[in-house]
Design a protein around this ligand. Structure first.
Ligand SMILES: Cc1cc2nc3c(=O)[nH]c(=O)nc-3n(C[C@H](O)[C@H](O)[C@H](O)COP(=O)(O)OP(=O)(O)OC[C@H]3O[C@@H](n4cnc5c(N)ncnc54)[C@H](O)[C@@H]3O)c2cc1C
Length: 464
């Protein structure tokens, strides 16, 4: 492990600006040769009467991959919105506290099949291919820098500082109330990340602790303000350990990490989680098999990454406590950090709650593990399905391209490895629907009238 850290340190500091300029030229050429150039989609924002064909909520990695895949299949009349200011989308520059990504540098991310848009090509253009060989894992700040470059190259139609408030049905369309106005769309893609289907878990025992005394790891935390304080972390996953590491590095008096289990999970379920997250063949599993995999992952827990353990173990003022009864420690510390992970519960997501009862969930299909049951049971193209057939047909126009898709689709809608593959599937589904809804009949009637016309002409010319 010491080797991983030293490899990070060996990252070259000299950047070749010319290399990046050359790459940007290559990207523009690649887009041009394939027939799609951002200049085309710059002009094609709205359809008739302000109607969008697709609205994407979320300008993070999944939202960008979805937008690129849609543009690639010729759907230009789209808009993306993100509640965060520009450059702060996703966790990378806000609440991701690990120094480097946890996953392989080779996972190709949102580039949707275009080699010049991968992280590797961006990195090599600036630091060279030898530096790429030496790099073990991608530093988190560089990953965010790369995503910003990706966004710049593709000139996405993204509106920042705009939050989705509610979704209602308006005739055959969806009406979206945003924090700064209302828009109408045929299709909606929820690329809202880990917290997009119920926020994060706040255990009941926290309700008597004032908010000024606690934060969730998925929030921004002012660690400088926690200097000299006694901090308790509740939960021992990677987010908990990275929050502990950050607090210790920034001068906390002590950090006590509490878990309910007898020990930190050490059993290696990485194979299971890697299979889900980085193997497109997960989709070939039956529902029973998917349920089996996830019950196992949820019950066993994932062992935290070694880097995160090494980060805290060198601090004498760090302690790990097992089998904690959390309620008993609630008066002992100055500040609590909940590392309790994302909640999956559509009834807690304000824009989904009004129709969550109509959405088909894994629980409705007989999969009753408490952590599995509330996941939406999605269709082939990430669309919500109806619990009762015919009761809520608008659900098929809402595509859940976020972490809540993970039991239905594995890593296709979540995580760096397969997001580009998932985005292509999503875009194809949206394109298919649009073809069936509008263009197919137009084509067929043109085709039929042409045929009959030709036959008439033919008959006319036939010798009597
Ligand atoms: C700390 C951390 C570390 C991770 N490390 C890795 C890793 O090493 N490798 C890996 O493969 N995966 C990792 N992941 C998992 C996953 O890759 C990330 O969560 C990634 O950010 C997912 O991209 P996304 O676009 O789905 O979500 P996000 O990047 O979270 O983007 C979602 C966007 O939606 C916006 N949004 C949400 N709700 C609304 C709303 N109502 N209105 C408007 N905008 C909204 C948010 O502001 C956000 O910008 C990590 C996740 C976390 C949290």
């Amino acid at each position: 492990m010491a080797c991983e850290i030293s490899n990070l340190r060996r990252m070259p500091s000299m950047r070749r600006t010319i290399g990046l300029q050359e790459l940007e030229g290559r990207v523009r050429d690649d887009l041009r040769f394939l027939g799609y150039h951002p200049n085309n989609w710059q002009t094609a924002r709205r359809g008739k009467n302000g109607l969008y064909q697709v609205v994407i909520i979320g300008g993070g990695m999944a939202g960008m991959a979805a937008a690129f895949a849609l543009l690639k299949v010729g759907i230009f009349n789209i808009v993306m919105v993100d509640q965060q200011p520009a450059g702060k989308e996703g966790p990378w520059d806000t609440y991701a506290r690990m120094k480097a990504l946890r996953t392989s540098k080779k996972w190709i991310g949102p580039s949707v099949g275009m080699p010049s848009l991968t992280f590797q090509s961006w990195y090599e253009a600036q630091f060279g291919s030898f530096a790429w060989e030496l790099l073990r894992k991608i530093p988190t700040h560089l990953w965010m820098e790369y995503l910003s470059w990706f966004k710049k190259m593709l000139k996405f139609p993204l509106q920042n500082d705009t939050k989705l408030i509610s979704i209602t049905r308006e005739e055959e369309y969806l009406k979206l109330e945003l924090s700064n106005g209302t828009i109408i769309t045929e299709k909606l893609v929820l690329a809202t990340g880990l917290n997009g289907f119920g926020g994060y878990i706040i255990p009941d025992f926290m309700q008597h602790v004032p908010k000024s005394h606690w934060a969730h790891t998925n929030e921004q935390i002012d660690f400088a303000a926690l200097q000299g304080k006694r901090i308790a972390i509740i939960g021992g996953g990677d987010a908990g350990l990275d929050a502990a590491g950050t607090a210790l590095e920034q001068g906390a008096k002590s950090v006590d990490l509490h878990i309910r289990r007898k020990a930190l999970p050490v059993e290696n379920v990485t194979i299971g989680s890697n299979f889900v997250l980085s193997n497109g063949e997960y989709g070939l599993c039956s529902d029973d098999e998917k349920d089996e995999i996830f019950r196992y992952i949820f019950d066993t827990g994932l062992s935290p990454p070694n880097e995160s353990l090494l980060r805290v173990e060198k601090f004498p003022n760090f302690k790990l406590h097992t089998e904690t009864d959390f309620e008993k420690i609630l008066k002992n510390f100055d500040f609590y950090i909940l590392a309790t992970g994302p909640a999956i519960d559509g009834s807690k997501q304000p824009e989904i709650a009004p129709f969550n009862d109509q959405v088909l969930h894994w629980g409705d299909q007989g999969y009753n593990h408490p952590k599995v049951a509330k996941f939406p049971y999605l269709g082939k193209y990430f669309e919500f399905l109806e619990k009762e057939k015919g009761a809520a047909p608008f659900l098929k126009d809402i595509h859940c391209f976020n972490h809540a898709s993970v039991i239905s689709h594995g890593g296709l809608g979540s995580g760096i490895a397969l997001i580009g593959v998932g985005a292509q599937l999503l875009a194809q589904g949206i394109r298919n629907d649009s073809f069936i809804k509008t263009t197919k009949n137009e084509y067929l009637s043109m085709f039929r009238s042409k045929i009959s016309h030709s036959l008439e002409e033919l008959e006319y010319q036939l010798p009597q």
